[in-house]
Structure formats: C-alpha cells, structure tokens
Design a protein around this ligand. Sequence first.
Ligand code: SF4
Length: 385
Amino acid sequence: MGIHRITCHFCSMQDYFGLSGENLFDSVHYDSNNVIKAHYFGERRLCPRGNFCVELAQHKQRVGYSLIDNEFVKGREALDTVANSLDTVDKSKIAILLSGSLTLEEAFLAGKLANKWGTKFVSQISPEDEIVAGFMNNFSFASLPQMQVIISVGDIFSLHPTMAKFIHDARFAERNNFLTTVDNCSSRTSRYAWCNLKASPGKVADLMEALAKAVSGEEYSIDNTGVDKDSFQQLVSTLRDTTNACVLFAPGVGRFSEPLRVGFWAKKLAEARKFQFSAFATGANGKGISRLLNTFDFVSTNEVISAIRSGDVEALLALGCDPIESFPGLYDHFKNIKFIATTATLPTAIVEIADVVIPSYHLFEKSGTILSLVEKLTQLDDPFP
Ligand code: SF4
C-alpha cells in the first residue's frame, strides 16, 4: 500500500502528510506493519487536530454500514429507500446541507440534483465559510515571514494552528515584525501580539471600519468600541508607514456578531495600503464549495436554516455534515422534518435521528478537487484506501 500523500480535512490550511498501513485489511496479524502510521514531509507538520486524521482512519465507531431506522441494511436498500421517500415529498422542499470537507465534484453533483428537483434550499453548513467565500485571497505562505506587520482578525492560532509557524518566523526574525490582533477577547494569538485591539463584544466590525478609515485618511470614530485610543493611534501610524503587511481574517464559527462587516472592512484595510490578505474558512474546502454553490441559484445557509425553523422543509439530506451539532438549538425543528438522510463517517447526533444513514469517506480517503487558501485548485489524487 505504501505511503499516501493526503490532505488534512480539519481546516482550510489543507496541510498534507503521509499515511501508511501495510496489509492493514489483509492480515489477521497485528504488528507494526499493519497499524496506520503518519509520515511527515520535510518541515511540514500537523497540529494535534490534524494528527487526529490517523485515528479517524481507523476509528472503532466508524459508520461502516448503511442504516434504516438504526437497523443495518444493504447499501442498495438504503439508496432505494432514499429515492422512494423523496418521491413522496414536495421536491422543491428538499434541503441539502453540505460539509465544507467535500470535494468540488461532490458539491457540483449535489447542486445538479437540487436543480433537477427544483429546490433552492442548498448550502454549505457554515454561514461564516459562505461569507469568507466572497473574499479573494492574495497572499503567499513564503512571503509571510518577510512581513513587517501581520494583523490577525480573530484567533488564527487556535483556528488554523500551523499558521503559527509562519507568523512566529516573522515575529522572531528580528525584522521588527509587529503581530497585531483585532478581536473581542484575549486569545492564543493575542498572547504573542505586540498590539491587541480588544473591542467590546459586538464591536469588532465598528473597530475594523474605524481602522480601515483611519489608515485611509478618512474620518473615523472608535467611540464605544472599548479600544484604547493610544494603542489604536500607534497601530494606525505603523500601518501608514508600511506596505509590507498582511491581514488574516479568521472568523471561525459564531465568533463575531457581524462577520460579513468585519471581513468587508478587513479587506478594505488591506486594499487601502496594498497589503496582502487572506480569509480563512473553517472547512478544508469551505470556500470552494460555497463559491461553487453560488454559481447555482440557491439561497444562503441562514435562509436554509430559517426554512427548517419555519417548517418549510419536508426532507433533508445532510452530506458529510451534522446540522444538529452546528445548530443545536434547532434540534426539535430537525426532528420534525418528515425525512432525513445523511452520509456520515462517525455516529454523531444527526445519525441518531436520520431515517437513512449511508457510510461515507473522509476527505483524505477521496479523489477530487479542492480550492486552496492561495486560490489554486488542488487535486486529491492519492487517497488513503
Ligand atoms: S492547521 Fe488545519 S489543516 Fe493543518 S493540521 Fe491543523 S487542522 Fe489540519
């Protein structure tokens, strides 16, 4: 089987590493040759979450068989049940929610199917990833350590941990690099920052707007943002003195009350001084999937969720995602949907209530295409079997 070069599916850093497991499924003998092992290439490393891919590949609770009403069935029977059940509902009221860790090919097929049914309720599971998809990135990993200023909007070290290496390389390279954080609380990232602009809860968008306007020489106000005027002015002066900076926008999930406004002004700040810019999705391919779905005439994630809340959805297909874990407050609304089918790798909450469960692969077990942070299409062509 050899070593397969695979991509971590946990976040948009898309770090790659190797997995091997000789004779894993062919031998009854359990020894060092038939356990799954991780391999690292050069300086490339994973964060602890990424290393969990090794465990996921052999997780003992892996969904291995199709289920109907929590009973094991053959795959064909499960698929027939999905088809027959969907025939009994109004097809324009079928909703499809997609994980950000699917391939573009899978998302395209889901979109095509939804078009055929005439439903508009199709979206990626994370509203923030949908927002991030609207921003084009223009940065390179290689140039990050050369930056004079790096502005992290959100907690990039927690959300995308391997970025820490590039940022620390800049910070410790004796280039007078200033790491700055803009956030609503202290964080792992802010601990290392020269300047931490900590806005009052709900005021990060106002603060980003003020920062972008101040750097552009426009009128601004930081009243009610909770930020210290001296720190703000010091940062504005530093940013006006350089074009060698990068803005990293990492909204995560539910961190900012107005993530779109925060991202808009973060991008404006970057454009005002020709800084580099990168917006980070939470899903490995969250940005790519949202952009692809935008080419269809579908509604947003929030609109799909509203339709579920108001009972306008008769059937739900959850492809690789768990809407209950993403929106736990809507548990009863999900339970009231007439028919739910899900593709799943692990027995999460949606598996408990789904009428039909179909086992699926992790991203690192699939072939296909994903969109990278540097806006390039990446082929996954060496899946772990
Ligand atoms: S930073 Fe993201 S892509 Fe990299 S190993 Fe961690 S979770 Fe995986």
